[in-house]
Every structure is written in C-alpha cells, then in structure tokens.
Write a protein that binds this ligand. Structure first.
Ligand SMILES: [Zn+2]
Length: 323
C-alpha cells in the first residue's frame, strides 16, 4: 500500500484516510479478501485480470466483471466507498443513533439514499450467535417490553378504534436477554406467550444459569427445565438482592430514548434492524476508541447483501432471536 497513514481513530482521521480513492480501495480489498487472494464472487475463480483504471476485475472463469462491492452490503450501490466508509463510521459510533437526515447532510446525498445505506449497515451489525449465554454460576436477566404505539398522536376518533383493552394493538413486543457482565441479545417477537419466550430462553441460555425475570406467567416452569429461575414481582418491588431485571430495563430505556429522539417514526417491520443496531452499540460500548468499533463492523460486511426490495418489504418479524 502506497500510504503510511495509520488506521483512523477519530472521525477527522477517518475522513482524511478515506478521502484518497486508492487508499480506500486498498482498504476495501483487504476487508473483502483478508488472505489477499482475490476470488470471483460469482464462480470463485482466481483467474482474472485487473483493470486498474476502473478498479474492476475481469474473471476468466465466468467471463464477467466484478468489483470490490459485489457480494457485500455495498453491492449495486452507486455511492463511492469514501461515502460508505464514513456512513459506517457515523452509524456505529453515534451514541444515541443518527438519523438518515443527519447522514444525508453530512455526506451530501439524498435522505432516501442515506436511509437505505443505514439499513444496509444495520444488516452488517446483525450478529450471528453460535454460543449460548450464561452457564453455571452466571446470572442472566430476561425481560420483554412493547415498542411503539402512536395512539397519543392520533385524533380521538381514530384512537378509539385502535386501542384495545390491553392497549397493545399498535405495539410490537420485543424480548431481551442479558448476561450480567456480558452481552445482550434482543429480538422482535410475535407475542408474549410461553412457547415463544421460553424457546428463545432454551436456545440462547445455557442450562444451569440463574435466570431473573418479572412475574409474567409465560416465564413459569423454567425451574423444571434446568434453570435456577427467580422472579421479581414488580407489583411489589423492583429489586430483591440479586433478583432484578434492571440491566434489561436500562437497555430498553436507552433503546426507547433513541427511537423517540433520533429515529422518530420506525415502522414495526423495520424494528428488528434498529434493535440490531442498539444491541451492537451496547455490546461494543467499551471499546477503547471509535476506530475499533468501525473496524469490527467493516470486517463483517463480507458476504452480506441487502437489496432495496428486501429493505422495503414487510419482512423481519420473527419469534426467534437471531442465531
Ligand atoms: Zn467468475
């Protein structure tokens, strides 16, 4: 690489670093093919010629051209890698989230482009889980909450029609699992029934863990499934020694503040993407500097792809926490 610039640690350094197209290209190539062996994303051929003036490869296997963006969240995007890198930087390092309007102004692109870009970055933030949380001697909080409910902004007549006796018709249920001193996981769930909430618990928490929940009936019976389950009844009190769900409550309040203050109106079918973002923010909040968070996400863009149709389609409500 024909540069001596160190990897950026601040936004200012990042803007300087990625202002050089060749350096940005070299960086992206290294992310895309960490072992240095450029491989055709369509046919996996390593036989190709590089057209340096256009920074594209011509594959000798399938006789097609490919760029560094093919097979990543940047595929089909007309926006330059310089803008993409800064967009990733802004999103992963914004403590309370950043709106598509802010990103649009910061990068000089349309709000629609920024919105789509941010959803693609959120896809890269989505974590796959291969290990369960907890374990013998570990404490895990499980809690659920409702997000949304725009009833208070509605005209009284309309509100009457929408509000049911439970008051949750317009709200989306989400479930969260937090290992104390460890990571948090959260997902949209279709309801708060026992089979939904407990199947996530069995999938994501090791047997033998101490589990703390509120008194919701859906959590009853966990002791018969190998967990040490204790309940804090919020009708009586919020903390009883170790037994509380304050860690999860804290996560929910940060998430709700972000939705209210930064994102304003989030469609329920997109909610899981914002949850992924907040989970990432929480789990990586202790990294030493912003550059480390950026590199962590940049390394995840490989092999992820999100089309405009997928972003705008009504997909995403799932009973399962991401795995
Ligand atoms: Zn090929």
């Amino acid at each position: 690489m024909a540069n001596n610039l160190k990897l950026p640690k601040t936004l200012q350094e990042a803007v300087a670093f990625f202002s050089d197209p060749q350096r940005t290209f070299d960086y992206a190539v290294k992310l895309r093919w960490p072992d240095g062996s450029v491989t055709c994303p369509r046919c996996n051929s390593i036989e190709h010629s590089f057209i340096s003036t256009r920074r594209i490869w011509f594959c000798k296997g399938c006789k097609k051209q490919f760029t560094v963006k093919v097979g990543t969240i940047f595929e089909d995007s007309a926006l330059g890698m310089d803008k993409w890198m800064i967009a990733v930087w802004l999103i992963v390092n914004a403590k309370n989230g950043i709106s598509s309007y802010e990103v649009s102004r910061a990068l000089g692109i349309t709000q629609k482009s920024a919105w789509f870009m941010m959803h693609r970055v959120r896809l890269a933030l989505h974590e796959k889980h291969f290990v369960q949380l907890g374990g013998s001697g570990k404490e895990v909080e499980v809690d659920e909450t409702f997000i949304g409910g725009l009833a208070r902004n509605m005209h009284a007549d309309k509100r009457k029609l929408r509000i049911t006796h439970t008051g949750t018709k317009d709200k989306t249920a989400v479930q969260g699992i937090l290992e104390r001193g460890g990571e948090v996981r959260a997902a949209v769930v279709s309801n708060r029934k026992k089979h939904v909430l407990q199947s996530n618990i069995r999938a994501h928490i090791q047997a033998g863990s101490a589990i703390y929940t509120d008194a919701l009936m859906s959590y009853m019976g966990l002791n018969q499934q190998g967990f040490e389950h204790q309940v804090i009844d919020h009708a009586e009190k919020y903390v009883d020694g170790q037994v509380h769900t304050n860690g999860m409550e804290n996560f929910w309040s940060l998430f709700k503040r972000q939705l209210k203050g930064t994102y304003i109106s989030v469609e329920p079918f997109h909610l899981f993407r914002y949850l992924d973002e907040q989970v990432f923010r929480y789990n990586f909040r202790k990294l030493a500097h912003d550059g480390l968070r950026f590199e962590h996400v940049a390394s995840r863009i490989i092999g992820k792809r999100l089309t405009y149709a997928e972003v705008t389609g009504k997909v995403g409500t799932t009973d399962r926490l991401p795995n």
